[in-house]
Design a protein. Structure first.
Length: 537
């Protein structure tokens, strides 16, 4: 039996390599993947819609030759026998399995994260045990699919463990159940089917995440929370990309019945991105959130929001409406050859008279982002720098009840901090062949709730329980300072699903008048990385 298994394994390894240049599929939205593409998509001549994420392979391939980028990281060998070359390439260069027959291309990769860590402040150990798979493919020229699954057990550092206990979810990865005395078990599935309708349209139905923005964070829609079902229609013509996105979210704080599960809410998003010139790009954003059922009965998906016209609710937005409406914008400007200035503005609710008076009215719920990124810094290839400032006023993204707020699965749909904060993030990373190194620093100020009062940070609390009408300022409540530093380095084993060894050190200090929590954390492991998971809070 064992010889048969060995022969079968060698047979699988001998499958021909299938490049992951799927016809309509998306590039996984992670910094590891995008780091190689960004210098190309941000070049002045590209007029690429960089704020609409994730990117699609066909669009990127028109600007950056992916074969050339892939060849930069090939680990070559001198084996004469085909079987040895095949095994080598499966380990270092290619998907584990690949099938190419006529117009059908399919690849399969394992997913994993096996890591351990130790907090030197408390001597608490942590670990992660993740297994899964990623299946990708094309059917003809116009249809692509992408699906996968994670199964996890983990024990987290103290501050992440506190978050899980408060929310019952792992950041961005779903609901937990207890595993042993201090550990958790959780799983996550994802996938989509994408169809091109040339020459202007593409449609995608999936279960995953979407994001709008050029920054590390997004104040409009980010990939911070758990996966959700969505339908996306993308229209591209001239220098314009227009995205219509419809999604269903879940509110874990309410449950209609055991048979129906958690209460549902829907979202309609419109994002118009216009490359005004070779340097300037402007994006306009609108979102509507409404609950699936209320006291009058089951409402379901409101067909009125199928309307693809952007800004069809600005009047209702300014006057107030039964649903939760948000407006926003994104802007980026290319400076010289390798520099980009960018920013965002989010308007949840406001009155001009109160803005002008500066009276701190609670209903002036806004936020903004200012950022800068540079590539090939100081003329050093693959040295990247990014810094950004994020500012969100109290009660932004919240609503009368959590079933209509701007959240999903106990996490915000925008910034992980929710509201009532200001934050400065800086990242420096460098890649040489398959080696990489990154330094991330964060300084944040925010106001925590105290004495049972709602000071505006927790977007899942009703704004009707607000602390006061006027004189609301960022950081009100229990003023808290957060210092966060993460330094990590590693080596990419196989770029197909970003399999890499990593080790790092994380320092975290959250301090206010009531507590001073410190983390001094060393970690090491091996993992695949096809999504962003945010533990920097």
């Amino acid at each position: 039996m064992r010889p048969f298994c060995v022969l079968w394994g060698l047979f699988l390894l001998s499958f021909p390599f299938v490049s992951i240049r799927a016809q309509q599929s998306l590039i996984p939205d992670t910094r590891y993947f995008y780091g190689d593409y960004e210098p190309s998509v941000y070049q002045k001549e590209a007029r690429f819609h960089t704020s609409v994420k994730p990117y699609s392979f066909p669009e990127v391939n028109r600007i950056a030759n992916q074969d050339s980028l892939r060849n930069l990281y090939l680990v070559k060998n001198n084996f004469h026998k085909k079987i040895y070359r095949g095994i080598w390439n499966k380990v270092f260069n290619e998907p584990l399995l690949g099938l190419k027959q006529n117009d059908i291309h399919i690849t399969l990769d394992p997913l994993m994260d096996f890591g351990i860590g130790n907090d030197f402040e408390t001597n608490n150990k942590s670990w992660t045990n993740t297994r899964g798979f990623l299946l990708r493919g094309d059917i003809g020229k116009y249809v692509s699919f992408y699906t996968g699954f994670y199964e996890n057990q983990a024990e987290f550092p103290s501050y992440v463990d506190d978050f899980v206990k408060q929310t019952s979810v792992v950041p961005g990865q779903g609901k937990v159940k207890n595993f042993g005395t201090k550990s958790y078990d959780y799983s996550m599935s994802f996938g989509y089917v994408s169809v091109a309708l040339p020459p202007y349209f593409s449609i995608q139905f999936g279960h995953g995440k979407n994001s709008f923005g050029d920054g590390y964070r997004s104040l409009l829609l980010s990939d911070n929370s758990f996966n959700y079902p969505y339908l996306k229609l993308t229209t591209t013509f001239w220098h314009i990309k227009y995205v219509n996105l419809w999604a269903q979210f879940q509110d874990l704080k309410t449950m209609t019945s055991d048979n129906l599960g958690y209460d549902k809410k829907y979202g309609a998003f419109h994002y118009l991105d216009w490359s005004v010139s070779k340097r300037l790009t402007v994006g306009l954003f609108e979102a509507i959130i409404w609950q699936a059922a209320d006291s009058t009965g089951y409402r379901g998906f409101d067909v009125n929001y199928i309307n693809p016209a952007i800004f069809y609710r600005p009047t209702e937005f300014s006057l107030g409406s039964p649903d939760n409406a948000l407006l926003g914008g994104n802007i980026s400007y290319k400076i010289a050859k390798h520099n980009i200035a960018y920013g965002q503005l989010i308007l949840d609710e406001f009155k001009i008279s109160h803005v002008r008076s500066g009276d701190g009215w609670w209903g002036n719920k806004q936020g903004f982002q200012l950022g800068w990124k540079s590539f090939n810094l100081f003329g050093i290839s693959n040295l990247r720098f990014q810094t950004e400032y994020n500012y969100v006023r109290p009660y932004t993204y919240s609503y009368k009840s959590s079933i209509k707020n701007y959240g999903h699965y106990n996490q915000p749909l925008a910034h992980p901090y929710g509201a009532n904060f200001k934050e400065w993030v800086t990242l420096i990373n460098y890649r040489y062949n398959r080696y990489f190194i990154e330094l991330k620093t964060i300084y944040a100020e925010y106001g925590k709730d105290t004495a049972g009062l709602n000071f505006g940070k927790d977007i899942f609390k009703s704004y009707e329980t607000r602390f006061r009408e006027y004189d609301n300022t960022v950081g009100q409540g229990l003023k808290t300072n957060l210092y966060f530093v993460d330094f990590n380095a590693g080596y990419f084993v196989n770029p197909s699903a970003n399999l890499h060894f990593y080790l790092g050190y994380r320092y975290r200090n959250e301090k206010n008048d009531e507590e001073n929590q410190k983390l001094s954390y060393f970690y090491v492991g091996i993992r695949t990385s096809i999504e962003n998971f945010y533990y920097d809070f």
